[in-house]
Design a protein around this ligand. Structure first.
Ligand code: BES
Ligand code: ZN
Length: 922
């Protein structure tokens, strides 16, 4: 997902590029040197030049045991006052205390040794670059316990991190602000001075002083509420003592909210807090949460340890959601569902996000990674188990097939770049921590856990997980600790197998060739080499993976007939009882994290399995996806893939179509650099017309979730590609919708909006902007924002870009408006990039580095396909150094060069193919 934003973006119809962003430090080099033959070398070179910032973890001579923290936010002047009384242990006599602290003014500080006299600190030395403060004391603090007292003040900022303000509107149209927190990864230090490292756990006693008429929430339940002595419209609210926990999981929210509540079968009070007047929109998430808590309790065999859990929708929110212990914060669109106005994909998204964040309550909160190097454990695991949970709650979503399209293939795409990185990566400085919230930690992490789960089997996996959670609860753990527990439970060499996936970047391509058939015995040669987006790795020092391989045949396409652990470059296997007419499929279920290259004879034999649907959907999907990726890497011709795509004309499965559609979108974007863009649109229309006709516009009795998703996908694709009947019907329905005669069902809105905008004029755009203004739900606003970029006329594109930075668009959504423009057309891409450059300062300020900026860059420049654009992007960031996006920039430049090489290599042949398939038969 990526994070949320990127993942939901790929669900929309204008976006064609799978994204999730990353970063790393580097000294840029000149890209003009790159020719398409040197893409690989260039990537290595860029990655090698990455440099690390100096960084030191906090000294361990003083550590906290309990934080008594009182905060008094001012929601009018956007400031806050704070008082910290931390019980600490001094392990070594010292006259200094070093803590994390950023953008906070310390007013006074003192230390009271146990049974001794208060010692005032004589100096506060801020090391701003390191986000630390050193408190100096006139005499040594002796070994033993004591209380550190600090009074401080800060700003309720508008940067969506630390302790910040979030804007909302009352029913009467008055603008007000809530005060909320987002501390992960390293921003608790912006709300109070603290030891802001995940392994420095302590208990928390939080008190908030807030206006009487506001709701105040924190991780724990309220234990005391009393009038605040000196100001009568304030109250002092005390929360219960938390279990020991890391600072990044602390949270508080002060604002106006309504809620719905329920109790889960295991006795936890669950509340979903919504904007005032929208309590009912919390109902769906409430149901998911109350089902999910007992599911995890059962799966982990460990109860949820707090008395309550709140899920709350925050208007201004940078990530998708945040797993603060007992107080999970969400974007509105990741939590709120209106039965009438929410579409099927929103419901699915809410279920996934709730499943993800609740999993962290155990995996992350109860057992926490020792250091950010192991962040992937948190995010990879939660990104895997969210699917397990949704599959449990909503089997009809066929969510595991969607996993392969959304996470697995996205991870393969990113990890095939030379500028990728290993799952376990050394990080220090906060900007390095920020950059690893990327598709490697999330999607590759989830994919290798899925592979591992499959390799171990559910029973032993659960046994090992349970042992891990019990052993490390209320403590910290590393990747090795998890492997140890799973190894014990399964008796399999987990650390060795998994190390090959988490410690080295990339993944193999498995080459499968049929050696011989003896009677009913089939002999296969299987070999591995590193898969690179620029073509297979042929160097001498080829890395090797421990690859669990399974093989099925057409007799039983769902069952594996043979399983081997490939632990060397190549091997030969014999399949017994396979008749000569059976096809052979490696990696049934697409669980192993690798791509496959079959000999052409084997591939030919598999193709009928696509047409007659005897290959299971997920394998149809991955066969197509592998070939697409191989064509981009120059290992097969793109025309071969186009021919394969035509075999999908009778495909019934939503996810298979969705993946295919995404790849066609990438191809269409590539061919927008040529003069035969219209021909690929025609190809798309031809491919999608039969399924469009089968589905029609109106949902039929008995249809379900996946039918709704498929209809939206297909109509949007046809509309965007200029399919006349779709365009006409979309216009008719849009008109009736705007006139209020027939409101469009939620699932048809995105495709209709997209279609009319793509082929629309200034009136269409004005109408859409009006609908945006009138929309009450953030979901509807986002839906519109994401398709606005489809508008074609250059002056209207400018209007959309200006709109992206206007007050009308929430700061976290600006990225998807600009991204929508860039993803829609060649002109859009150019205009969006220019806009980003021209408004760099404002955008940078908006996001203060961080992952939204990475996403913005990726969405804006990844689709270029001319070498000189890689040079231009590089040089722009040379003159605008931005630590947290450096790896993203490297990856984008690599992608641009790959696109360019792909285009040069295959354009003529694609053109020829598209022309001859149009030519009337002679
Ligand atoms: N821990 C993250 C939130 C986060 C993301 C904090 C980035 C700091 C930086 C949370 O658990 C998460 O992963 N949220 C996802 C949603 C999830 C369903 C993939 C997100 O925000 O996109
Ligand atoms: Zn997460």
């Amino acid at each position: 997902m990526s994070l949320l934003l990127s993942r939901t973006l790929t669900q929309t119809l204008v976006q064609t590029i799978r994204v999730r962003s990353p970063v790393l430090q580097c000294t840029p080099i000149k890209v003009q040197l790159f020719t398409d033959k040197t893409v690989r070398a260039a990537g290595h070179c860029l990655a090698a030049m990455a440099k690390r910032r100096p960084f030191e973890r906090l000294p361990t001579d003083v550590f906290p045991v309990n934080y008594g923290l009182c905060l008094k936010p001012d929601l009018i002047n956007f400031t806050f006052m704070g008082k910290l009384e931390a019980m600490v242990e001094v392990t070594q006599s010292t006259n200094q205390i070093v803590m994390n602290c950023a953008d906070i003014d310390i007013i006074t500080a003192s230390f009271v040794p146990n049974g001794g006299d208060e010692i005032d600190a004589t100096g506060f030395n801020y090391q701003n670059e390191d986000e630390k403060v050193t408190l100096s004391f006139p005499s040594a603090l002796k070994k033993g316990s004591g209380v550190l007292k600090i009074k401080f003040a800060g700003e309720l900022n508008d940067k969506m991190k630390g302790f910040y303000r979030s804007k909302y509107m009352t029913a009467t149209g008055e603008t007000r602000y809530a005060a909320v927190t987002q501390f992960e990864a390293t921003d608790a230090r912006r709300a109070f001075p603290c030891w802001d490292e995940p392994a420095i756990k302590a208990t928390f006693d939080i008190t908030l002083i807030v206006p009487k008429d506001r709701i105040a929430l924190s991780n724990m339940n309220v234990v005391e509420r009393q009038p605040y002595p000196s100001e009568e419209d304030l109250v002092e609210i005390k929360f219960g003592t938390s279990p020991i926990m890391s600072t990044y999981l602390v949270a508080f929210v002060i604002g106006e909210f309504d809620f719905v509540e329920s109790q889960s079968s295991d006795g936890v009070l669950v509340r979903v807090y919504t904007p005032v007047g929208k309590a009912e929109q919390g109902r769906f998430a409430l149901e998911v949460a109350t089902k999910t808590l007992p599911f995890y309790k059962d799966y982990f065999n460990v109860p949820y340890p707090l008395p309550k859990i709140d899920l709350i929708a925050i208007a201004d929110f940078a990530a998708g959601a945040m797993e603060n212990w007992g107080l999970v914060t969400y974007r509105e669109t990741a939590l709120l569902i209106d039965p009438k106005n929410s579409c099927a994909s929103s419901r699915q998204w809410v279920a996934l996000v709730v499943g993800h964040e609740l999993a962290h309550q155990w995996f992350g909160n109860l057992v926490t990674m020792e250091w950010w190097t192991h962040l992937w454990l948190n995010e990879g695991f939660a990104s895997w188990i969210e699917y397990l949970c949704v599959d449990h709650c909503f089997p009809e979503y066929d969510i595991w097939t969607q996993f392969v399209s959304a996470d697995y293939t996205r991870a393969l795409d990113l990890d095939a770049l030379d500028s990728s990185h290993p799952i376990e990566v050394n990080v220090g400085h906060p900007s390095e921590v920020d950059e690893i919230f990327d598709a490697i930690s999330y999607s590759k992490g989830a994919s290798v856990i899925r592979m591992l789960h499959n390799y171990i089997g559910d029973e032993d996996f659960r046994k090992g997980m349970n042992a891990y959670l019990l052993k490390f609860q209320h403590k910290n753990a590393s990747t090795e600790d998890l492997w140890d527990c799973l190894e014990q439970a399964s008796g399999k060499p987990i650390a060795t197998v998994m190390g090959s996936w988490t410690k080295q970047m990339g993944f193999p391509i498995i080459v499968v060739e049929q050696e011989q058939q003896y009677g009913d015995n089939r002999i296969l040669k299987i070999s591995q080499k590193k898969f690179c987006a620029s073509g297979p790795h042929n160097g001498g020092d080829c890395p090797c993976w421990m690859v669990p391989i399974s093989i099925c045949t057409s007799k039983e396409p769902q069952c594996s007939k043979l399983q081997v652990l490939l632990d060397k470059p190549e091997t030969t296997v014999t399949l017994k009882g396979v008749t000569p007419d059976e096809w052979i499929k490696v990696n049934p279920g697409t669980v192993g994290f690798y791509r496959i290259q079959y000999s052409s004879a084997m591939l030919q034999s598999l193709l009928p399995g696509i047409r007659d649907l005897s290959l299971q959907p997920v394998d149809r999907l991955s066969l197509q996806n592998d070939l697409f990726s191989l064509s981009r890497a120059g290992m097969i011709s793109t025309v071969e893939v186009l021919k394969l795509m035509e075999a999908f004309v009778n495909e019934p499965n939503y996810t298979v179509w969705s993946d295919l559609s995404c790849n066609l979108g990438i191809l269409s974007s590539l061919l927008s650099h040529t003069d035969f863009h219209e021909e690929i649109q025609e190809f798309i229309r031809d491919l999608f017309t039969p399924i469009g006709l089968r589905l029609g516009w109106d949902s039929k009795h008995g249809e379900g979730h996946l039918d709704a998703l498929l209809r939206g996908l297909v109509l949007g694709k046809l509309g965007k590609a200029g399919h006349k009947p779709t365009l006409e019907e979309a216009r008719r329905r849009f008109k009736e919708h705007v006139e209020g005669k027939h409101i469009l069902p939620a699932d048809l809105r995105s495709p209709v909006y997209l279609t009319v905008l793509k082929h629309g004029d200034s009136t269409t755009l004005e109408t859409m902007l009006r609908l945006h203004k009138q929309a009450d739900m953030q979901e509807e606003k986002n839906r519109i924002e994401r398709v606005l970029g489809a508008i074609a006329a250059p002056d209207l594109i400018q209007r959309v870009l200006t709109f992206a930075l206007s007050e009308e668009v929430r700061p976290q959504d600006t990225v998807s408006v600009i991204g929508g423009v860039a993803g829609s057309s060649k002109q859009g891409r150019k205009a969006a990039w220019k806009f980003v450059k021209d408004n760099w300062e404002e955008l940078y300020n908006h996001y203060q580095g961080g992952f939204l900026l990475s996403r913005l860059i990726k969405l804006t420049v990844d689709g270029f396909a001319i070498d000189k654009m890689a040079a231009e992007v590089k040089s722009f960031f040379e003159s605008h150094p931005t630590p947290a996006v450096e790896r993203t920039v490297l990856q984008c430049c690599e992608n641009i060069l790959l696109n360019s090489a792909w285009l040069k290599r295959d354009a003529d042949e694609i053109h020829h193919y598209l022309m001859q398939r149009k030519a009337p038969p002679v």
